[in-house]
Design a protein around this ligand. Sequence first.
Ligand SMILES: Nc1ncnc2c1ncn2[C@@H]1O[C@H](COP(=O)(O)OP(=O)(O)OP(=O)(O)O)[C@@H](O)[C@H]1O
Ligand SMILES: [Mg+2]
Length: 294
Amino acid sequence: MSESKPNQNAGSQRNQRETKKMDPGERQAQQRAAVARRMSQVKRKVMVLSGKGGVGKSTVAVNLAIAAGQAGIRTGLLDIDIHGPSIPKLLGLEGHRPDVRGNDIQPIEAQENLKVMSIGFLLENRDDAVIWRGPMKYNAIRQFLAEVEWGELDLLIVDSPPGTGDEPLSVVQLVGNADGAIVVTTPQEVALADVRKCINFCRQLSLPVLGVIENMSGFRCPRCGNVTDVFGSGGGEKMAADMAIPFLGKMPIDRRISESGDSGKPYVTMKDGLPSAELFRKAAVSITRTEREE
Ligand SMILES: Nc1ncnc2c1ncn2[C@@H]1O[C@H](COP(=O)(O)OP(=O)(O)OP(=O)(O)O)[C@@H](O)[C@H]1O
Ligand SMILES: [Mg+2]
């Protein structure tokens, strides 16, 4: 395992010279002000979270972002999964490097109305392991939020690593007024138990839960198209009802979804992805409209 050499300070050399001269407190205050300035141009900031790993957060984040862009919503997708950034792969953008103009890092334009930034674009080698502790992660995320030139956006979707650790907490603290979270779960009780913790994490941070998506809800047979309940189905929907949270929809296990992720062509862009495209389009429109709960 090699320690990563992320091109973390992707800002200009001028920026680096200025950074050297500035004391750390001053630098942090300047970055916090920059975060506030950038985020004031973003109408809605929504985190994709789950208590559990591998339930499909990144898949949901990517398909939601594509569907939002297609619906004319100016969308940004920020991947803060520092240890396992999967957004470049899922969008077929591996190997892309962001441009730096002045002190601004330009996000990658994945399609009309969709800008993307991921730690994965800054790693020298995609198999590098990132060995960063809490404060380094916080600094990296602050830099993302301060220096990435998103411009005006209707929606910024933040794809998070599993759990309720440093990364989602950093975003919530730095953004200050995130509009809410979409929580992804699978239907089994063992996933739901962790997801309830995640919902309580949101509540402790006064982050509204905008909705739950139940992924891997049954298995769609590639031959006949029938859906069989392998892990059961409806657990996420019931939990949403019990916890008084909007339910945004279900997506079955479907080989085409994992194949589309592996090939970097998101499912909602495929002809047979239309039912899911409709789920994500509705979810995108609904989260862009939902008012922040006070
Ligand atoms: N409904 C589905 N049907 C088939 N495969 C799926 C489905 N949802 C997700 N997958 C696949 O499952 C794997 C895990 O999905 P994904 O990376 O989106 O999960 P994650 O929650 O973001 O994981 P992590 O916790 O590691 O960030 C991927 O290979 C993805 O293509
Ligand atoms: Mg992920």
